[in-house]
Design a protein around this ligand. Structure first.
Ligand SMILES: Cc1ncc(COP(=O)(O)O)c(C=O)c1O
Length: 362
């Protein structure tokens, strides 16, 4: 079976972990600090704060930005659940809005329609590895004095008008889960240019501690370990190469997929897509339905996946919370999108096999 995702790890990561094991300094320490500095430099921002998941990156950032009960935060409905639940974890309300038809990223017009006096922030998601349209969302934030949070969990190394994601908002929040463009096992990172905010996040992720055993606010244990950071540092070194392989695989599909009704991903001008996922739209003209195609691919030894089968505004968790917006684009997308294997663990041969199988669908 060609898997839909596989972490691209090898001897170098094993050696880096072994070195930490031998040092005896397994929890947070110098390796984490180095990883933070290197990741921040890679993103072109002043500070990186490493945490133990992408969710923790979002949660701690929102807390440090002062989001709490009575506040609303606008999030796209078509995303992984953690974009919204991190808002709920702060006692605030996530307000789900629809996404653009072409890229499935947050629709700036939909954002405008949901602004109210309680709105404090907007979380934009660089979905599937493609930056959302940052300029118009940023403009809304300036106009209405709102904070912008970038959910970069799927977009390590992607650029918008030549600049890496993670440096446009008050914070950028990354995930290093094993299926992501780079991994640290589990892990995450907050990027920011705001030194004070970085220090505040550092307190929140370490039990609200401002000095040894002095706790000035409620905090959590969201710390990254040296073991994770050791993997992350090696992966960061390989990130551009791994992204280039994803892009080459994606280009191959886009050039070679010819089945009626199948639309390859659309890349917005001015941005680069790092293809955390290569997502096709399986429309009505395709001889097979989306789910039919998925089953057919499985029969042929090809893993595929649906990101995401249920938009956030439809989730039972948020039933009855009076979501104000209807999200028809998200609803439609959840029925028609299909992710194909694009990770660097596969090459031209596998891509050609997969494209050939899809082109043979009758
Ligand atoms: C868009 C998005 N946001 C947040 C997260 C949460 O990251 P983690 O799984 O590391 O907590 C993910 C991870 O899947 C994600 O895809």
């Amino acid at each position: 079976m060609i898997p839909i995702a596989r972490p691209f790890v090898g001897e170098e990561e094993i050696a880096a972990v072994a070195e930490v094991m031998q040092s005896g300094m397994l929890a947070q320490g110098e390796v984490v600090t180095k990883f933070e500095e290197e990741f921040a430099a890679y993103c072109g921002v002043g500070h990186g704060v490493a945490v133990n998941s992408g969710t923790a990156a979002l949660h701690a950032s929102l807390l440090a930005l002062g989001i709490g009960p009575g506040d609303e935060v606008i999030v796209p409905s078509f995303t992984f659940i953690a974009t919204a639940t991190s808002v709920s974890m702060c006692g605030a309300r996530p307000v789900m809005v629809d996404v653009e038809k072409s890229t499935y990223t947050i629709d700036p017009e939909a954002v405008r329609s949901q602004l109210c006096p309680e709105t404090k922030a907007i979380i934009g998601v660089h979905l599937y590895g493609q930056p959302f349209d940052i300029d118009p969302v940023h403009e809304i934030c300036e106009e209405k004095d709102l904070m912008l949070i970038e959910d970069c969990a799927q977009a390590h190394g992607a650029t918008y008008h030549g600049k890496k994601v993670g440096g446009f908002g008050s914070v950028g929040c990354f995930s290093f889960y094993p299926t992501k463009n780079m991994t640290s096992g589990e892990g995450g990172m907050v990027t920011t240019d705001d030194e004070e905010l970085a220090s505040h996040i550092r307190r929140i992720i370490n039990h609200g501690q401002s000095d040894k055993y002095l706790h000035t606010e409620l905090g959590y244990n969201f710390r990254m370990t040296n073991l994770s950071a050791a993997i992350g540092r090696v992966q960061l070194n390989k990130l551009d190469r791994m992204n280039a392989e994803r892009q080459a695989n994606a280009d191959y599909y886009t050039t070679n997929l010819k089945t009626p009704g199948i639309t390859p991903p659309i890349t917005r001008a001015g941005g680069t897509h790092v293809y955390h996922q290569y997502v096709i739209d399986v429309g009505e003209e395709c001889p097979l339905s989306r789910d039919g195609l998925m089953a057919y691919l499985r029969e042929k030894g090809i893993g595929s996946a649906v990101h995401y089968p249920m938009p956030v505004h439809r989730q039972p968790l948020y039933a009855g919370d009076g979501n104000r917006d209807s999200c028809p684009v998200s609803d439609r997308a959840s029925q028609h999108v299909l992710s194909l294997p694009v990770h660097p663990g596969i090459g031209r041969e596998e891509c050609a096999y997969i494209a050939g199988i899809i082109n043979g669908v009758r």
